[in-house]
Design a binder for this molecule. Structure first.
Ligand code: CP
Ligand code: NVA
Length: 304
């Protein structure tokens, strides 16, 4: 297994071949393939932000692989009291076999990875949410049979989820069109990176939702204010209103288009209740797929 012992800090840590291998293993595991690679191993969860899906799906994935999970809750460990990351990392490295970290700065995650010999996994930072993008690509592959020739349209805030999707689509050869308000575009270096990696597909960034959504196979959105930006939510609402994923926008997409959202959602803001609950929504399959892709990822990183 080429991924044994590696970190997964960013979407670009996987080549297109490795990405397809992880998705393939995820499909096999979802279909019932037995895998006990985690037996006798422990995954540490170090989360500085709230989480339902990532926390539970990583835990269940590790249990299903025969392993165990330890919760390194910052409020009850020395992590929350400012022990240097370099010290914490070198100690945790001696106890657990892999670490999944959810934090604010990508640099903190990178520092953990630098001081740990074990695999370190990005469970969301302000910059990226690569485990989410894996589940999104699996959901698209399941729906359409293949990723080839698909176009994903992301409408809303140019945030961590948008960043990993752009990079993931570029690596997988999926066309990606991102529509965000002025001042809320994805980071310039991510746009440049995605464009440079997209050898067989295109990466388009615009301020016009209709331009992004036209004939798209996937309409995707996320909250307008991410964790840590709650105080900006009120000011952002009117700016983002034209970027809502609703019935009118959906009619512009391909008739067979699906709707995705990483969740949690704010119904009536970035997405309407009727679209979330509508026949084109694959949001619950997408959430389920977090389990299967992360199980595949853990099995790959922990493989002997
Ligand atoms: N999509 C996602 O990561 O959800 P949680 O914040 O609940 O983990
Ligand atoms: N962009 C959101 C994703 C939550 C899963 C956030 O960072 O809060």
């Amino acid at each position: 297994m080429a991924l044994t012992g590696r970190d997964f800090l960013a979407m670009t840590d996987l080549s297109s071949t490795e990405l397809m291998e992880v998705l393939g293993l995820a499909r096999d595991l979802k279909a019932g393939k037995e895998c006990q690679i985690g037996r006798g191993k422990t995954l540490g969860l170090l989360f500085r932000k709230a989480s339902t899906r990532t926390r539970v799906s990583f835990s269940v994935a590790m249990y299903q692989l025969g392993g165990q999970v330890v919760d390194l809750d910052p409020s009850v460990t020395q992590v929350g009291r400012g022990e240097p990351t370099s010290d914490t990392a070198r100690v945790l490295d001696r106890y657990v076999d892999a670490l999944a970290i959810r934090t604010f700065a990508q640099e903190e995650l990178d520092l953990f990875a630098y001081h740990c010999r074990i695999p370190v996994i990005n469970a969301l930072t302000d910059r990226e949410h690569p485990c989410q993008a894996l589940a999104d690509l699996l959901t698209m592959q399941e729906t359409f049979g293949s990723l080839a020739g698909l176009t994903l349209s992301y409408i809303g805030d140019g945030n961590n989820v948008a960043h990993s999707l752009m990079l993931g689509c570029a690596i997988a050869g999926v066309n990606v069109r991102v529509a965000c308000p002025d001042g809320f575009m994805p980071d310039g270096d991510i746009i440049a990176l995605a464009q440079s990696m997209a050898r067989t597909s295109e990466v388009i960034v615009t301020h016009e939702p209709a331009r992004a959504a036209g004939a798209a196979h996937v309409l995707y959105t996320d909250v307008w204010a991410s964790m840590g930006q709650e105080s900006q939510a009120q000011d952002r609402a009117p700016i983002f209103q034209p970027y809502q994923v609703n019935e009118a926008l959906l009619t512009l997409a391909d008739p067979k288009a699906i709707v995705l959202h990483c969740l949690p959602a704010h119904r009536g803001e970035e997405i309407t209740d009727s679209v979330m609950e509508g026949s084109q929504s694959r949001i619950w399959d997408q959430a389920e797929n977090r389990l299967h892709v992360q199980k595949a990822l853990l099995a790959s990183l922990l493989a002997p």
